[in-house]
Design a protein around this ligand. Sequence first.
Ligand SMILES: C[S@@+](CC[C@H](N)C(=O)[O-])C[C@H]1O[C@@H](n2cnc3c(N)ncnc32)[C@H](O)[C@@H]1O
Length: 288
Amino acid sequence: MQQLNKPLLITISQALKSARKALEKTSDTPTLDAELLLAHCLDKNQTYLHTWPEKQLSDNQLNCFEPLIEKRKTDYPVAYLLGHKPFWTLDLIVTEDVLIPRPETELLVETALEKIQNIYNPKILDLGTGSGAIALALASERPDAKITASDYSKKALTVAHRNAQKHDLTNNVNFIQSDWYSNVSTSNFDLIVSNPPYINPQDSHLKTTIRFEPFQALAAKNNGLADIEKIIQKAKSHLKQGGFLIIEHGFDQAEDTLDLMHKYYLSKPKNLTDLNNNPRITYATTSP
Ligand SMILES: C[S@@+](CC[C@H](N)C(=O)[O-])C[C@H]1O[C@@H](n2cnc3c(N)ncnc32)[C@H](O)[C@@H]1O
């Protein structure tokens, strides 16, 4: 951002214009980014910025805004700068310890809700819960569900637990530290859901803006399929008869995921496509 001339009084619209210009080269959404960050520093919503464009910013507000724009210029994610991200109907706390929840993952939540719609007190396992996004979205929709949410990362679990507290869902979700199924003590789940790491460690995308997110949340060996395989391999022995596994994967991993589901004796595997028509979710059941 061009250094804002401190002695001059800067209005909301001037600050936004200057920030937009500063972000144009690195961000695809410079206007939105500038508005979200300024609204954050003013502790107001974006509508306020449009309603009061001539309002002058205080020194404190400018001192909040300028460093955020400088950091955003390095491609650092807006969600980490704000410290939160909306997912489903929840506003989730996010830190560098967790993956920023993606809108695509809401397809997994929708599919999960459909699969348990006729089950009372469904038992659900969310593997690799991160911020708690999937587990908490399901808990918010199905207060009768008994949900176990696991992650290998203790730091991620701390964030997930804070999110459960924020949304008053601590009684609905049991968070455990576990290397996939290793510390999961029960085996009769109605549903297992997971958005595991699935990016090939050599993939050049890992050098883009996602480089700020935890590597272990993103990348998996064997062309990104290693964790998907571990999860599918033991799904059958942790599911009830008629239970479902639903897994998110890369747009080019749908066929491999289907094959793995066949290989480990899950039935009727099916891919689902996201809003961009990319196959992003695959599910299968233990029913014959
Ligand atoms: C792609 S992130 C998904 C986070 C969250 N479920 C979401 O959809 O936003 C994958 C998660 O798997 C966790 N993870 C990676 N390896 C794991 C392992 N061996 N056992 C359990 N969790 C693991 C990571 O820490 C990360 O939180």
